[in-house]
Design a protein around this ligand. Sequence first.
Ligand code: ATP
Ligand code: MG
Length: 555
Amino acid sequence: MINEEKSLNFIEEIIEADLRNGTHDGRVLTRFPPEPNGYLHIGHAKSICLNFGLGQKYNGQTNLRFDDTNPVTEDTEYVESIKNDIQWLGFNWAQELYTSDYFDTLYQYAIDLIKKDLAYVDDSTAEEIAAAKGTPTEPGVPTPNRSRSIEENLVLFQEMKDGKYQDGEKVLRAKIDLANPNMHLRDPLLYRIKHAHHHRTGNKWCIYPMYDFAHGQSDSIEKITHSICTLEFIPHRALYDWCIEKLEIYPSKQYEFARLNMTYTVMSKRKLLQLVNDKFVESWDDPRMPTISGLRRRGYTPASIRTFCDKIGVAKRENMIDVSLLEFCIREDLNKTAWRRMAVLDPIKLVITNLPSDHIEELHGENNPEVEGGEGSRMIPFSNELWIERDDFMEDAPKKFFRLGPGLSVRLKNAYIVTCHDFVKDANGQVAEVHCTYVPNSKSGEDTSGMKVKGTIHWVSVPHAKETEIRLYDRLFNDENPAASENFKESINPDSLKISKAFIEPDLLNAIPGKGYQFIRLGYFTLDTSSKPDHLVFNRTVGLKDSWAKEVKKG
Ligand code: ATP
Ligand code: MG
């Protein structure tokens, strides 16, 4: 699964052979062809990294082409989000193009085919056409219109374009071979009538080309050298080549690779749109969504997504990638780049009894201990009352509990060693306060106490703590492969979002949008886009360790 050695993938092998043989004049021009009917997801990232990566590697270029042949589902909102996501991932296209800009040329191509007696107008209904197509083992039979004259076809096609007919009344079909074992060659549809407003061409057209009569031709118009798509297009390749051959246009070539499938999520725009419309998630960029915008809002970095796409490699067979690999990639990246901060999610109070109640001290902590120099430091206020995590204290601590309990000592991160001598319970029998003494000459970095303690815990000074909202995410589905079941929405995880409060150290009021922070011992967090200056919201991007596999085993 993981491509450790950098051997060539099969597409790179093809390209290198083409370059050696001088095919395509030694050029490499790829394209990324999204249909603007939804937001991009992590599967698209794989295609983006592959196409743009090949362009870069072979001194070539990559076009961004919006495959906008379906007026009903497409929207400019999607166009903008797609452009934004590609740039955010770190790629630049050579040209921004639209299949709809080729509608005139494609119409001419259709006329060319009719004139060569290679296309005809069929009045049959969709059901009649399907029934006459036969089955993979039985040849199809011609519909009555297959023998129409070229002249009649030219007139009818013109009338289709002029709006004389209703949706579905007529179609244009290629005249290829009704007995071909490849069903895609049994006189496939080339044009259908659709009286619909198009997001770019408005009401100019009421006939629209089918995917198979648009994609290869668009590649050819742009002189794309290697047109890379996913495996389900293998049976379309013969038609792709047929159109190019019969129209005598630039010989672009199609190659197919395995799409990305990932555990615990769905990856089709149609299904993602349902999650949004049915309000299972807040929006396309909900941090639980596998969309690029969701991952960004969750705190993923472009580098982590590129690394992931690199690690999964490019294969010719479908497989399922464990989402833990994606989480591994962001964890590795944030470990190197995230600034360390302190926050307490489930607080109890720790009182330092050998400090006066008005004691305030300015301590310091490195922003990033992973790099030389620590990327500077921030001031951490310290006082005699601190918030610590409830589970860092135990009334009857077992032997290997290296945190707080009566008689136990622990280091407070970036501060002092404290020893617990007492605790107080509230009326419900819950521990309310932990009383400790601190060791004055044990300050982090200047410790002369000679004391050895095994544990370090995080804390926030009570008078300086700021309250914030924290969003903890879990997988959106309980089923490893939700797309496999009839109704994928049945396996939605009802606990995929937990909202809680937290106390944060004051420096986090200056948190930078888009930057990752490690909340010490709690995980990696980033500011959510809904944050307001007086109400900060942090998303947990990922935990510090892969705890999920363990949870599942525990059941
Ligand atoms: P979806 O089914 O999610 O709507 P799509 O294939 O219809 O996906 P397009 O906008 O047509 O979406 O895709 C643009 C490009 O991204 C295509 O070349 C397509 O092959 C590729 N792509 C889409 N999904 C994946 C995936 N899961 N893995 C790899 N590439 C993908
Ligand atoms: Mg598509």
